[in-house]
Design a protein around this ligand. Structure first.
Ligand code: HEC
Ligand code: HEC
Length: 368
């Protein structure tokens, strides 16, 4: 890290000298005045109370108790004014409802298997808006035109450290994510690049790049969205308590747990192949269990009421919990279970994305 900051201060020194000598105009974007627009409706006291509770129950695990982000899995800030100026309602509402496929952000709308009603997802969006104390700006639905080829070069030069060479997200949101690109308007993306996200590592680029550069970056990111079709998954029935134990007639696995908690994907696969008796818990929001899960896994989201469900779980059978965070939600569930006397419990170390990356088997949802 130290080496990195020395290198970058050298860079900025030579940068200043270069411009002082050549007197070339620094690349900055022209000023663009965003017009402010009316705030959305405010919530009643009761709606506010419910939304605040739901935020803590469903969202704080990753986005943090104060909406600051980065509590787990690089979940972004949910209090930057920039996001709420440009993203309310749809760019904030849609990820809450449908999630971002392939990331830890699942969908919370009941229609896709989540715990919230349509009204509750709107209220949560507005609650976040009012908490952020931002003024909305007018974001058009017009296409941003730019040179996608130039955008690709600018992207490779400036953005890959955090967002990844393929836009997959390293310690920042995945910019090539099809579900994000299908919901985010061009102007929303351009606004994020111009203005940054206050209070996060995403800095405003309008001070460093020209308007044309920013448009080209936007056009490049947009060009990554092609070829994706929204599919709906037919909801399957969740297993009943008498179906929780898999391989009921099998023997118990003997896992050698790392830190007394973690089982590796290799060991779990071996136990499954040998038909060991176990309970697998998928601790993500149930909508993503609907999309993909390890065969036999029971949806047991991190926000479940554990006092109500402990009676459904056996204490003498090995329980393995997993999530995609890769471990945060599962660790949380295992901690709660251990507190209630479930000692044969473990977390899948690599999480389900790690498991899938190793090519291990999963059950996919059936498109409608
Ligand atoms: C298991 C972790 C996790 C939980 C729980 C979670 N999120 Fe997220 N959320 C993420 C991640 C990771 C992303 C970024 C995904 C990406 O790369 O695009 C995200 C993205 C978002 C975004 C998009 C923000 C942006 O800058 O574009 C919103 C809005 C959001 N989450 C709201 C919520 C709300 C509201 C809840 C609770 C109902 C919630 N999230 C629960 C992990 C989580
Ligand atoms: C130092 C790391 C870093 C660099 C470099 C960086 N970003 Fe970001 N970017 C982030 C982080 C972190 C976020 C999420 C901030 C938050 O809301 O918590 C983000 C958010 C964004 C978003 C908004 C995503 C959404 O769904 O809300 C866009 C668009 C974006 N960055 C584009 C770019 C582009 C284009 C570049 C290069 C010019 C770039 N970023 C460079 C870290 C970075």
């Amino acid at each position: 890290m130290g080496k990195f900051s020395i290198a970058s201060s050298f860079l900025s020194v030579s940068f200043i000298i270069f411009f002082a000598v050549s007197a070339a105009p620094a690349a900055v974007a022209e000023d663009y005045e965003y017009r402010t627009i009316r705030s959305p409706r405010s919530l009643t006291a009761e709606e506010t109370r419910v939304a605040a509770d739901q935020y803590q129950r469903y969202c704080s695990l990753c986005h943090g108790a104060d909406r600051q982000g980065y509590a787990n899995d690089h979940a972004p800030s949910l209090r930057s004014k920039s996001l709420f100026r440009s993203g309310v309602p749809h760019e904030v509402l849609r990820p809450i409802q449908y999630g971002r496929e392939g990331t830890a952000m699942g969908g919370y709308l009941n229609e896709v298997g989540g715990p919230l009603t349509l009204d509750e997802t709107w209220n949560l969006t507005y609650w976040l808006f009012w908490q952020a104390d931002a003024r909305r700006v007018r974001i058009t639905k017009e296409l941003v035109r730019g040179d996608a080829g130039l955008g690709a070069a600018l992207y490779a030069e400036n953005c890959t450290d955090c967002h990844g060479a393929g836009g997959e997200g390293v310690n920042a949101p995945a910019l090539g994510n099809p579900s994000a690109l299908s919901h985010n308007s061009d102007e929303f993306i351009r606004y994020a690049i111009r203005e940054g996200r206050d209070g996060t590592p995403m800095e405003p680029w309008k001070d460093r790049l020209s308007s044309d550069d920013i448009d080209s970056l936007t056009a490049f990111l947009r060009s990554r969205a092609s070829g994706w079709e929204q599919s709906r998954v037919a909801l399957r029935e969740v297993p009943a308590p008498d179906q929780y134990v898999i391989n009921k007639g099998g023997t118990d696995p003997e896992f050698d747990l790392q830190d007394g908690l973690y089982v590796s994907s290799d060991d779990l696969l071996k136990a499954l192949t040998e038909k060991k008796r176990m309970v697998l818990l998928d601790t993500r929001v149930t909508s993503v269990w609907q999309r993909v899960h390890i065969e036999g896994a029971v949806p047991m989201p991190y926000y479940s009421d554990f006092d109500a469900i402990v009676d459904d779980l056996p204490k003498d059978v090995q329980i393995v919990a997993y999530c995609s965070c890769p471990r945060a939600a599962a660790d949380d569930v295992v901690r709660r279970l251990r507190r209630r006397g479930f000692t044969r419990t473990a977390t899948l170390y690599e999480g389900i994305f790690g498991w899938m990356n190793m090519g291990y088997p999963v059950i996919n949802g059936q498109s409608e």
